[in-house]
Design a protein around this ligand. Structure first.
Ligand code: 5RP
Length: 232
């Protein structure tokens, strides 16, 4: 039986999507890779959302049977609205995952997590045999940290301790991410806070150094992962 209130059906991507044409081209590349029967890890952000729309188009047209494991609540809702069947990491392992990025350096290291979903994004990428990162041309940088801070998800009671430890790693600046549609800070889907950390340089051991701080759940740094980049 279907809900009749239309709340899910009326949901659209909240903001203007930048570089829409480039994102549409990589979305089509992702949709073309989908095979009947696959389980897909679905990343977050507008590029992943557009790829999901393209996959939903193929499901409708060709009757493909695929299942999606979403990395965020907004992608969970988008799957429900677009008619893409859902599964969980407990029930299924993804055949492959696709996701966007905020920055990609020449060694394929990434900053992700503008949308605050880096914990589940990293979990899905690590759980998958293969990961495609889909990115418009604005995401390619010569050095990580040029345009975006590294987001760090923090257990709330550990905020002062983690903030202090991150400051010693990065004197360039540590700020608590504030919410847009509520008072106070952003609360992640896991009930945690986000510290945004600006770096002048990001040495190779930075992801491990951040992760070793007690109270850090995960960071948006992805250094040395086995990924394939799809550009428009
Ligand atoms: C969300 C992410 C996104 O993949 C990243 O922010 C890219 O978003 P967009 O495709 O909207 O540019 O990491 O946590």
């Amino acid at each position: 039986m279907k809900w009749e209130n239309g709340i899910i059906d009326s949901l659209v991507w909240g903001k203007e999507i930048s570089r829409r044409e480039e994102k549409e081209r990589v979305a089509q590349q992702i949709a073309a890779r989908v095979k009947d029967g696959e389980v897909l890890g679905v990343g977050s952000g507008s590029t992943s959302y557009m790829a999901l729309q393209a996959i939903a188009g193929r499901i409708k047209k060709e009757g493909l049977h695929i299942k999606a494991i979403p990395t965020s609540l907004e992608i969970n809702i988008a799957c429900a609205r677009l008619g893409v069947p859902l599964t969980t990491l407990e029930a299924d392992r993804p055949d492959w995952t696709f996701d966007g990025a905020d920055e990609i350096d020449p060694h394929l290291n990434l900053i992700k997590g503008r949308g605050g979903a880096m914990f589940r994004e990293k979990l899905l990428i690590n759980s998958s045999h293969k990961t495609y990162i889909i990115a418009d041309s604005s995401k390619m940088v010569t050095r990580l940290g040029m345009n975006f801070p590294v987001p760090v998800e923090v257990f709330p009671q550990a905020l002062p301790y983690v903030g202090q430890a991150l400051k010693s790693l990065s004197p360039a600046g540590v700020t608590l991410r504030m919410a847009g549609g509520k008072d106070g800070p952003v609360i992640t889907e896991n009930g945690n806070l986000i510290l945004d950390v600006w770096f002048d340089t990001i040495p190779d051991d930075t992801e491990t150094a951040i992760k070793s701080i007690t109270g850090v759940i995960e960071s948006g740094l992805f250094m040395g992962y086995t990924i394939e980049i799809l550009n428009p």
